[in-house]
Design a protein around this ligand. Structure first.
Ligand SMILES: Nc1nc2c(ncn2[C@@H]2O[C@H](COP(=O)(O)OP(=O)(O)OP(=O)(O)O)[C@@H](O)[C@H]2O)c(=O)[nH]1
Ligand SMILES: [Mg+2]
Length: 305
C-alpha cells in the first residue's frame, strides 16, 4: 500500500482561531486556546489521518507586527512553519475582518498575504467563525481577498462548530506527497508532556488574568515526578516580570493561583488520563523574556536583538 504524509501549516493573524482549528482537525486538544490575542507562542504539531494519508497540522503563533524579542521569535516561528509545509492554510477571522476592514485582523492578514506573495507561495483561504456572521456578508470578503490571486481555493468554516472541516481536511490530504507516515497511527500530538502541562497552565492564566499580565508571564514545568500509585507530581513555576504582577497572580489569600491550579490540574488529569498533583510557584524574573534557555525550551530560535 502506498502511504502519503506531509505538513499542513495553519497561519493567520492573532486570534483567527488557528489553535481551535488544529484541535478540531486532530480531534483532541493539542494546542491551547483563549479569547486573547497572541496565545500561541510556538509551533505545535497535531496529527490526523485520512485514509492512507497522514497530515501533520502545524499550529503557529499569530503573525503580527512584532516588537518585543518574544514577539519576533513567535512571528519567525510562524513563517518557518509555513516555509516547510506541503500545504498552507491562511485562516481569517471573517466576522472581525468584515466588521472592521481597517482593523488588526485585516491589517495583519494583508501583511501575511504580502509575505506569501514575496515567497511565491500558494495557499488556501479559510474564512473562519462563519457561525458568528451573516453568510451574505461573506461574499464581499471573498472577493476582496481573492483579488490577490494567491488562493487556490476558499473554504468557509467554523472551527468551533465543525462546519466545513471535512472539506478542508480532504483538500489538505490531497496536497500531501507520497511518503511513509512520520508518526504511529495512534499518536495525535507531538509535544512533550512537560511542555503540554506548562501550556495548559498558561491557558488558564490567559483565561483568568487580564491586561498585560498574560503577556508578562511564562510557565515552566520544573519537576515531573512519577509516583508508585500511577499518579504524577508536577511542580511548575509561573514567571512574571514585577512584584505587583506577582501579587495579582497570587490573588487575595492566594485565591487566584489556587483557581488557576485547580483548572489546570483537572485538565491535565483528563489529558494525561491519570491523577495529577500540581504545585504552582510564582517567581519574579524581570528578564525571563530575554533569557536564552526559555526560548530553547519552547523550541523557538532566540532572536539576537
Ligand atoms: N464563534 C467562533 N469562535 C471561534 C471559532 N474558532 C475560534 N473561535 C474563538 O476565537 C478565539 C481565539 O481562538 P484561538 O484558537 O486561540 O485563536 P488563535 O488563532 O490560535 O490565536 P493566537 O494563538 O493568539 O494567534 C477563542 O475564543 C475561540 O473560542 C469559530 O469558528 N467560531
Ligand atoms: Mg493559537
Amino acid at each position: 500500500m502506498s502511504q502519503r504524509c506531509g505538513f499542513a501549516a495553519i497561519i493567520g493573524a492573532p486570534n483567527a482561531g488557528k489553535s481551535t482549528l488544529v484541535n478540531a482537525l486532530v480531534g483532541t486538544k493539542v494546542a491551547i486556546v483563549s479569547p486573547k490575542v497572541q496565545t500561541t507562542r510556538m509551533q505545535v504539531r497535531g496529527v490526523a489521518i485520512r485514509g492512507d494519508t497522514q497530515i501533520v497540522f502545524v499550529d503557529t503563533p499569530g503573525i503580527f507586527k512584532p516588537r518585543r524579542r518574544l514577539d519576533r521569535a513567535m512571528v519567525s516561528a510562524a513563517w518557518a512553519g509555513a516555509g516547510d509545509a506541503d500545504a498552507v492554510v491562511l485562516l481569517v477571522d471573517a466576522p472581525e475582518f468584515s466588521t472592521d476592514p481597517q482593523g488588526h485582523a485585516a491589517r495583519d492578514t494583508a501583511t501575511i498575504i504580502e509575505g506569501l506573495k514575496a515567497a511565491n507561495r500558494k495557499a488556501v483561504l479559510a474564512l473562519n467563525k462563519i457561525d458568528a456572521m451573516k453568510h451574505a456578508e461573506l461574499l464581499p470578503l471573498i472577493e476582496t481577498l481573492n483579488a490577490h490571486g494567491i488562493f487556490e481555493q476558499v473554504f468557509m468554516i467554523s472551527a468551533l462548530k465543525g462546519d466545513g472541516l471535512n472539506d478542508l481536511a480532504d483538500w489538505c490530504a490531497g496536497k500531501m506527497p507520497e511518503g511513509v507516515w512520520l508518526y504511529p497511527a495512534d499518536q495525535a500530538a507531538d509535544i512533550p508532556s512537560r511542555l503540554l502541562a506548562a501550556e495548559i497552565t498558561r491557558e488558564k492564566i490567559y483565561l483568568r488574568l487580564h491586561d498585560e499580565l498574560p503577556y508578562a508571564s511564562a510557565v515552566e514545568t520544573e519537576k515531573w515526578e512519577e509516583r508508585k500509585d500511577g499518579s504524577v507530581k508536577i511542580d511548575q513555576i509561573i514567571y512574571v516580570q514585577r512584584d505587583g504582577q506577582k501579587a495579582i497572580a497570587l490573588g487575595k489569600g492566594g485565591a487566584t493561583i489556587k483557581k488557576i491550579g485547580e483548572l489546570a490540574r483537572k485538565e491535565m488529569e483528563e489529558i494525561f488520563a491519570r491523577r495529577v498533583h500540581l504545585f504552582l510557584f510564582v517567581k519574579v524574573r524581570e528578564d525571563w523574556a530575554d533569557k536564552r534557555e526559555h526560548y530553547r525550551e519552547m523550541g523557538l530560535e532566540y532572536p539576537e536583538e
